[in-house]
Design a protein around this ligand. Structure first.
Ligand SMILES: *Cc1c(COP(=O)(O)O)cnc(C)c1O
Length: 397
């Protein structure tokens, strides 16, 4: 059994604050401060460039990839860390399209995070081969899996509502029509168990600064199924994905396996922070995390519904169909969230009217949920949100 009191003690959590936004930016592992400082003073400061070898910097994209791979059911050696998620979406989609040269449709859904769709649009324009990005409603995905689909590109957990796609089922259906799958696990990795190998997923990508707690700007990850790993042609053919980067050949020859999805120099300071987060993940079992997440989100939903009749649940009521987040609709959602934050509960707002709350069992417990509900109920019932200062829109919502 995962000792959640022990994992909670490993995070820096400001006194009195209930943090329900770990789905957007995970909390700071206490050990990260010392680890990053050591990395800076000793590895960078003293060892300087020798640290690429001596401190293992160059190996980290793959060793961290394996540690993340353990949380998503990937075969060892088939996850690489680096770049941002937007870039990994681009790379993985380009690789997948290249494996289906006779098809022209990318199927996605309107619940996808916009950057995934934007990156696809940009890629299709660059390819200039007349591909079509077909975006349908989430519930219509299966019906739109036709023989012309090259790639099914979906985010497993909807970033707004937390609605969960059935990854195993849709992957099987996509394969049945000859399409490949690209799963974005941004709101899955560290939130619920997933088995990319068991589902036969072709490609998967995700970020490490949300549920994985790697810190702002922490690198993304990419998984390529072993059956494709030596066949994909990287669209972003950077030197770190070359088979011999330090041969400095004039021609690109891809590294074997998923290492060819590396692009440039890895973000070492960020990876040092991410390492400390992965140390905490070593103490956790994803099955326990999922069970606790459903308990906490169920409790939150029932208590909010009992105390705040003006809020409408936007997330699936059945925990099995929900990621680790809960959203409620409210007409004055932006102002309400500002007031809720001022009362010491941090969630976020997603246009047009969603109050979104993320639940992270590694550092959120039942007491936090009850405190949050009391504070939210006060904001809603006393209309504390109805003040001019809460209506001024900031750049990041
Ligand atoms: C958070 C998120 C992103 C963010 O991409 P970055 O390049 O890391 O900014 C992309 N896709 C999905 C589905 C996300 O949830």
């Amino acid at each position: 059994m995962t000792d959640f009191a022990a994992t909670k003690a490993m995070f820096n959590l400001p006194d009195g604050l209930v943090y329900l936004d770990g789905n957007s930016l995970g909390a700071l592992p206490k050990a990260a401060t010392a680890r990053v400082s050591e990395m800076m003073t000793k590895e960078w400061g003293e060892r300087l460039i020798t640290s690429w070898n001596l401190s293992g910097w160059m190996a980290q994209p793959m060793t961290l990839g394996d540690r993340i791979g353990g949380l998503i059911g990937a075969e060892p050696g088939h996850v690489a860390v680096g770049d941002t998620l937007s870039i990994k979406v681009y790379q993985a989609l380009a690789a997948a399209l290249d494996l289906r040269p006779d098809r022209r449709v990318i199927l996605s859904d309107s619940g996808n995070f916009p950057t995934d769709l934007y990156m696809a649009e940009g890629l299709l324009k660059t390819l200039g081969k007349g591909h079509e990005l077909r975006v349908v409603a989430p519930e219509d995905v299966a019906d739109n899996l036709t023989e012309d689909v090259a790639v099914l590109m979906l985010t497993e957990v909807d970033y707004r509502t937390g609605r969960l796609h059935d990854m195993a089922d849709l992957t099987t259906k996509a394969h049945a029509v000859g399409a490949l799958t690209l799963w974005d696990l941004a709101h899955t990795a560290g939130a619920l168990p997933v088995d990319v190998a068991g589902c036969n997923a072709d490609f998967a990508v995700g970020c490490t600064y949300k549920y994985l707690n790697g810190g702002p700007g922490a690198p993304a990850f990419v998984y390529v199924a072993p059956r494709h790993a030596d066949a994909v042609a990287p669209a972003l053919s950077g030197w770190q994905g070359h088979t011999a980067p330090f041969a400095f050949d004039l021609d690109y020859r891809p590294a074997s396996g998923v290492e060819r999805m590396r692009v440039g120099t890895p973000p070492v300071i960020q990876m040092a922070a991410l390492e400390t987060a992965m140390d905490i993940w070593d103490m956790a079992d994803m099955t326990d995390v999922r069970a606790r997440s459903i308990e906490l989100t169920d409790l939150f939903i029932s208590e909010i519904e009992a105390t705040c009749p003006m809020l409408t649940l936007a997330s699936p009521r059945d925990g099995l169909h929900r990621g680790s987040q809960v959203s409620f609709r409210f007409e004055h959602g932006y102002a309400a969230m500002q007031a809720i934050i001022a009362e010491g509960v941090v969630g976020d707002f997603r246009a047009p009217d969603l109050l979104r709350f993320g639940f992270t069992p590694l550092y959120t417990d039942e007491g936090d949920v009850r405190t949050a509900v009391t504070r939210i109920a006060r904001v809603m019932n006393d209309k504390l949100w109805d003040r001019p200062e809460y209506k001024i829109q900031k750049a990041v919502t």
